[in-house]
Structures are given as C-alpha cells and as structure tokens.
Design a protein around this ligand. Sequence first.
Ligand code: NAI
Ligand code: 15L
Length: 265
Amino acid sequence: MAEQRVLITGAAGIVGTLMRPRLARSGRVLRLLDLAPLRPSGPGEEIVTGSVTDPRIMAEACRDVDALIHLGGISREDGWERIVEVNIGGTQTVLEAARVAGVSRVVLASSNHAVGFRRIGAAGPEGLPSDSSPRPDTYYGVSKAAVEALGSLYHSRFGMDVTCLRIGSCFERPADTRQLSLWLSPDDCARLLEACLATSEPNYRVLWAVSANTRGVVSLRAAEAIGYRSHDDAERYAAELPPGEPGECIGGAFCETPLGQRNPL
Ligand code: NAI
Ligand code: 15L
C-alpha cells in the first residue's frame, strides 16, 4: 500500500505533542511543522520549522501530503492584529497551499470558543449541536468562526474534504469542573482524527470534539456519524478536582476575559 503523509501544523503544542505518538502508524509519515523547536524526528517523521503565515514554507510543507491537520496558531485570547494575522491569515495561507499542492483532506482546529456565549442546557438533553451558528466569546473565538468559514469556502469552491473540530478541552486530564463537561481525552482526540482521516465522501463538517463525559453538554451525534466512538469520560477524575461551578455558557471564563488581552490557557 502507498505511504500516507500527514502534515500536522502546530505540532510542538499541547495537542500536537499528545497526537505525535498516537497518530504514528506503519505506512504513515507524519510531517511535523511548527515555529517552535520540535524534538528531533523519529522513524516515520519529518520536521519543518516555519510559520503557517509564510506561503513559501507552506507550499513546501504541503508537497506530497495526503492529509493536513491544522493545529498551529494562537490558542487563547490575544491582540486583534495578531489573532487576525496568525489564526485567520495563517489558515487561509494553509488552505491555499493545500489546494495548490492537491491536498484533498483537511482537518481544522476550531474551538468551543467559536460558540462560547451559547448557554449550557439551552439546546435540550442531547446537548448543543455541532452546527450551531457562531457566538464567539473573544477575538480568539471570532478567529475560530473564521477558520470554520474558510474551511467551508475551500470545500464549496474546490471540493476539498474539510472537517472543523470544535475542540472542548484537550489536555492529559481535566483540570476543573467545567472540563468535566468539555474534556477531550488525548486518546479520543486521536480516535476522532483517525475518523476524520478515513471519511469516504468529500464533505464539509463541523464536529464537536469532546469525550463521552457523564456531564457532557454538547452533541456527539455528528462526530459519531463519521465513525467516532469515545472510550473516555472525564468523570473518573471528578473526585480529584477542587469543587467549582461549570459556568452558564460554553466558553466559561473566556466569556469574561478582557478582549484582546492574553489570558491563561
Ligand atoms: P498550543 O498553544 O499548545 O499549540 C499551538 C502551536 O502552534 C504551538 O506549538 C505554537 O508554537 C504553534 N504556532 C503558533 N503560531 C504559529 C505560526 N505562526 N506558525 C506555526 N506554528 C505556530 O495549543 P494547543 O492546545 O496545542 O491547541 C492546538 C490547536 O487546537 C489550536 O489551534 C487551538 O486553538 C485549538 N484548540 C485547543 C484546545 C485545547 O484544549 N488544547 C481547545 C480548543 C481548540
Ligand atoms: C481553547 O480553545 C484553548 O485553546 C485551550 O487552551 C483551552 O482554553 C480550551 O479552549 C478550553 O476552553 O478549555
């Protein structure tokens, strides 16, 4: 079988680092791109150092790539100009380079903060659907809504298979009460990415990327429709966490973050 090459941007970050061992497969090459230094490559890996905002770097990085997972960028609130340049401009640069290079399958990291002002529970017992329209809570959330819109554009214009993941909280383990609802375990993240890499029909999708948490507040129906099956539940960590309230809105503390000010993760 022909080798599959998967380009991961933002590979040195939290999610990229968690995915690197989990997405490794025989017959697959992971091309890992980041501005930040990456651990030297192991077998089946290639390293690219550079910015997602640089068309030359991205053209080179997309060469011979079958699928692209775009995680790179600013992952919290920040100044408007930086957010626009890196998250919106960078995503357009990435998609355009992918199109020119013939990369037909793309996964884009969106965020719960694209819909951060949606109220928890308002959508009924199944939870907030993944296609609910944006209600961003920050400039960062606005950029993720734009990322989804760019993905839609590149699917509709060029037939690319584009999946946008509204990631809840993807960390080794949940850190607070809110994350008991929105946690995406690293293993489930890899399961979902594998499902995205295996879809048969080119389409445009926006999916919730969370585990099957007992206190879940978002719908997994669309993710399950492409074959995602969560095996994890944040509840097993509940007893270890300090008591707290989940908050009224999906975006939690981001809804009170001063606009344009870099906030804690
Ligand atoms: P992170 O901040 O740990 O990693 C982002 C990576 O992107 C960093 O390694 C950084 O060096 C790189 N980067 C920044 N600007 C770049 C540029 N111009 N060119 C190339 N690389 C650049 O973030 P994390 O947690 O790994 O998140 C990955 C993606 O998933 C981000 O797009 C984030 O917005 C999204 N996300 C993450 C969530 C989480 O819970 N970890 C939740 C929701 C969304
Ligand atoms: C995000 O979008 C951030 O990238 C991540 O660092 C967390 O803050 C996450 O949302 C969250 O809401 O927990």
